[in-house]
Structure formats: structure tokens, C-alpha cells
Write a protein that binds this ligand. Structure first.
Ligand SMILES: [Cu+2]
Length: 301
């Protein structure tokens, strides 16, 4: 088995350089759905496409620009603690630029290049948005508004922005910087690398020891310390049993009214079965809880 696995690994290693990443090009497959919304059956999407309508305040197109932006895990490697990134974190264009973005997704998952804050009379929901499952390419065009403004560009797939896929696009001089742009501005929530794995584990062990104080009793004294055997006829368990019986009696009497003996026995079995099921359910829920809590132990400091 090990031999088989290592042979497989070798074949994979040697074939890796031959298997260059193949990008699916979505630009020939897109269908125009109107209002600048283009989609294809393979999951490519362009929203807010605008190739000809000048935004209010633009007398003409100032410049025509084309950029290629890559998105992927590998671009986050230079940013400690980040998981995804674009290959460029900051863009700058003149107001009223006609901008074509060629978006290349290098990962085998879905990414977006989504720009926010655009005028809503021209861009639905104020967005220009390219999206594709990679590895793939997709392109779209928009005309940037006039004025100095900083626009947020990000991937809106859950947690991708928080994990680093965030950039800013300044039109003109922009109007400030956005926070948590990898390599550009400070993180709103800075990463904390103070604790090494060794110190974290030591803290966890100390906490676990404090929580479970073991009571070690030598075997001889243990026997001596044991309470004398319950020899009273009415033990505590008997009292509890009687109490439950008394409480249940009226309920059972009602239930069994008008039943034959066999029906009564069947009903009792049914009740016992339901009781056992309930206990098993409660126990499994408890076990699940305990197991899931185990993974949530965090360093105390
Ligand atoms: Cu993404």
C-alpha cells in the first residue's frame, strides 16, 4: 500500500510541471441580460458593465485604460496571516477613465473583483462586479465617475475580504485610505503572534489541570472510607421510585382505562421504549457538546 502511494506521489510530482494551469476564458461565452449584467452557464458574471454612457460631470472619456488583476491564495503569501489576495492592492486612475478590467482567478474556487460606491443612477446597486470560478478569466468595462474618491474593491465571497482579498481604487487624488488593505494600510484587528505554540500549550495544560483536581485515595483507606452498606428497607432510591410512581399513577390510570391486559402491556413497552430513546438522545447530545467544546479551548492570555 505504501509502495503504491509513493509511486502515485512520484507520478504526481513529475507530471505537475507538465500540467500547467488551464484558464477557462469566459469572455466569449457571456450572454447580455441588459443593464450591464452579463452571465454565462459556466458561472462567469459581469455586473455594472458600462462601455458608452458618460457619468454626470464627465464631458468626455479622459483616458482608456486596461488592467489585468489576478486573484488567488498565492498572492497572500507575502502578507502574514492572510489567506487570499489580489496581486495588486491599490489602483489609481484619472476621473472619467474608461477602464477595462481583465480578471484572472488563479484558484480552484470562486473569486470576485467587486467595486463599490459608484453612482447608482448608472451602476445598479452602485457596483461594478466581475466574478468567476477559477482557474478562469473574465473581463468587464466601466467608466469611472468624476471627482476625487477612494473606492473599495474586494471579493464578497464569505470571509475572503477579511482574509485579505481587499484593495482600493483611487479616482483622481482619492479621498483617503481604507483600513485593512494588505501591505497598504493598518489592519483594524491586528494579528497577535505574542504566544508561541509552547507557551499556548503550557497555558492550556495548566488550565486543564486546575479544572480537574484528581482525588487519589489509597485502596485500603478507600475501603475504610466507604459508607456502611445501606441496610434500611426504605432506601433513598426506593423513596424516589415511590414518588415517581405516585406522580405517574393518575396519568397511567387515565391512559389504561378501558384497555385489555395485552394492550396495557403493549402501552407500557411503548412508554419504556420512548423513555430509553429520550435518554439516548440526551446522552448523544451531551457527548456532541463535550466533543465540540474540546476544539474551542483558547489561550487564556
Ligand atoms: Cu474570493
Amino acid at each position: 500500500m505504501v509502495k503504491l502511494l509513493s509511486a502515485g506521489a512520484l507520478i504526481f510530482l513529475f507530471s505537475a510541471p507538465v500540467l500547467a494551469l488551464e484558464y477557462e476564458d469566459h469572455n466569449g461565452m457571456l450572454m447580455d441580460h441588459g443593464d450591464g449584467h452579463l452571465m454565462d452557464m459556466a458561472g462567469g458574471m459581469v455586473m455594472g458593465q458600462n462601455t458608452s454612457t458618460l457619468p454626470g460631470g464627465c464631458d468626455s472619456i479622459a483616458e482608456t485604460k486596461e488592467i489585468t488583476v489576478h486573484a488567488g491564495h498565492k498572492y497572500a503569501e507575502k502578507f502574514p496571516g492572510r489567506m487570499f489576495a489580489f496581486d495588486t492592492q491599490e489602483f489609481n486612475f484619472k476621473p472619467c477613465t474608461k477602464l477595462t478590467v481583465h480578471f484572472v482567478n488563479d484558484d480552484h474556487i470562486r473569486h470576485q473583483w467587486m467595486m463599490h460606491g459608484l453612482p447608482k443612477y448608472l451602476y445598479p446597486k452602485g457596483m461594478f462586479h466581475l466574478e468567476v470560478s477559477g482557474p478562469a478569466k473574465i473581463s468587464g468595462t466601466l467608466i469611472l465617475p468624476p471627482g476625487d474618491k477612494t473606492y473599495l474593491v474586494h471579493c464578497d465571497i464569505a470571509q475572503h475580504m477579511e482574509k485579505g482579498m481587499k484593495a482600493q481604487l483611487k479616482v483622481g487624488k482619492g479621498d483617503g485610505d481604507l483600513p485593512s488593505i494588505p501591505g497598504v494600510t493598518a489592519y483594524v484587528v491586528p494579528d497577535d503572534y505574542k504566544g508561541s505554540l509552547a507557551t499556548v500549550m503550557a497555558d492550556v495544560e495548566a488550565a486543564a489541570e486546575a479544572a480537574a483536581v484528581p482525588v487519589v485515595v489509597p485502596p485500603k483507606t478507600a475501603q475504610a472510607a466507604q459508607p456502611p452498606k445501606e441496610d434500611s428497607v426504605i432506601s433513598g432510591v426506593t423513596v424516589i421510585g415511590l414518588a415517581i410512581g405516585l406522580l405517574l399513577a393518575p396519568f397511567l390510570a387515565k391512559k389504561f382505562k378501558g384497555m385489555s391486559a395485552s394492550e396495557v402491556v403493549a402501552t407500557i413497552f411503548e412508554l419504556v421504549r420512548a423513555g430509553i430513546e429520550l435518554v439516548i438522545k440526551l446522552l448523544s447530545a451531551l457527548i456532541k457538546r463535550v466533543l465540540s467544546n474540546k476544539n474551542k479551548i483558547l489561550p487564556g492570555n
